[in-house]
Design a protein around this ligand. Structure first.
Ligand code: FE2
Ligand code: FE2
Length: 288
């Protein structure tokens, strides 16, 4: 019997979720990113979109699981699901604690995203929703690559919160191609994923920007020119997070794009050495 190869990950790649705990309480109530209201609000705003988004990622990928014949890709789907589920739990804790400590309204933050998800489940086909996940996974993977390789995005941040972001970035790197490979295996087209990246980039930044503004308003800093100038500098000049990821964002539009064309597994190894956390090789992909 011929075993179909549907996974296009590097041969030696194995990944599974790591058990982590973070002491967020000490810092989340303050401007934990170097005292900057904008940078703190920006990262908090990104955290706020993850629990709902990652639930959708899991659902869309697992919807097609019975169409996957390659046991390797099946194992990667199981590991992907387990990693994203762990991320959801940690970011949900983060978000609830943040809102409790700073008197924010979590329901208000999640309202737009929740309504859009409901629309997507009502109006889009399962494959279109999967294309959305593929696009979102590209966004998280390129931002994780930038954060882990440049090591300057979280300078000045609280060490526990920075540790959470780095851990999340490492696991996003490991599973960056799972949704993509499932999408290709079930006949997803270049045009579907291109459209999805345009749409999901727009909505990801719309939600993040909206929630950043709500937080700055709550903190009485929405009209602070100084905050906006420093925020603009952070995003577009130095370190220029969004400017730097733009070329990687564009590569997704290539006809033959695959996430592992950029092999950045060294970033995962480097992080493991820095953290002195053993890779979870005792639980190879698929044995979750
Ligand atoms: Fe994640
Ligand atoms: Fe992910």
């Amino acid at each position: 019997m011929t075993v179909l190869t549907q996974s296009n990950s590097p041969d030696e790649l194995e990944f599974s979720p790591r058990r982590q705990s973070f002491d967020l309480e000490a810092a989340l109530g303050s401007d934990w990113h170097g005292g900057s209201a904008f940078r703190t609000a920006w990262f908090n705003a990104m955290s706020l979109v993850f629990p709902l988004g990652e639930k959708c990622f899991i659902d869309t990928v697992c919807h097609f699981q019975d169409q996957i014949d390659d046991p390797r890709l099946q194992g990667e789907i199981a590991s992907f699901r387990a990693q994203e589920a762990t991320h959801r739990v940690q970011h949900q804790k983060y978000n609830e604690l943040l809102c409790a400590l700073r008197n924010y309204d979590l329901v208000r933050f999640e309202k737009n995203e929740r309504e859009r998800m409901a629309w997507a489940y009502r109006e889009l086909t399962a494959r279109r929703r999967l294309a959305g996940t593929v696009a979102s996974e590209h966004l998280t993977a390129i931002m994780a690559n930038d954060m882990l390789s440049k090591q300057d995005v979280l300078i000045g941040a609280d060490s526990q919160i920075a540790r959470l972001w780095a851990w999340h970035g490492v696991e996003e790197t490991e599973h960056k191609a799972v949704a993509f490979d499932v999408f290709i295996a079930v006949g997803g087209t270049v045009s579907e994923r291109r459209q999805a990246l345009l749409m999901n980039t727009f909505f990801f930044f719309k939600d993040t920007f909206r929630n950043t503004c709500i937080m700055l308003q709550n903190d009485g800093k929405l009209w602070s020119l100084r905050e906006w100038a420093s925020g603009f500098k952070f995003l577009f000049i130095k370190p220029g997070v969004l400017r730097r990821v733009f070329p990687a964002w564009l590569r997704f539009f290539g006809k033959n794009f695959h996430p592992w064309q950029v092999d950045n597994r060294d970033l995962v190894k480097k992080w493991e050495l820095q953290q002195d956390v053993a890779p979870t090789a005792d639980k190879p992909a698929g044995n979750i």
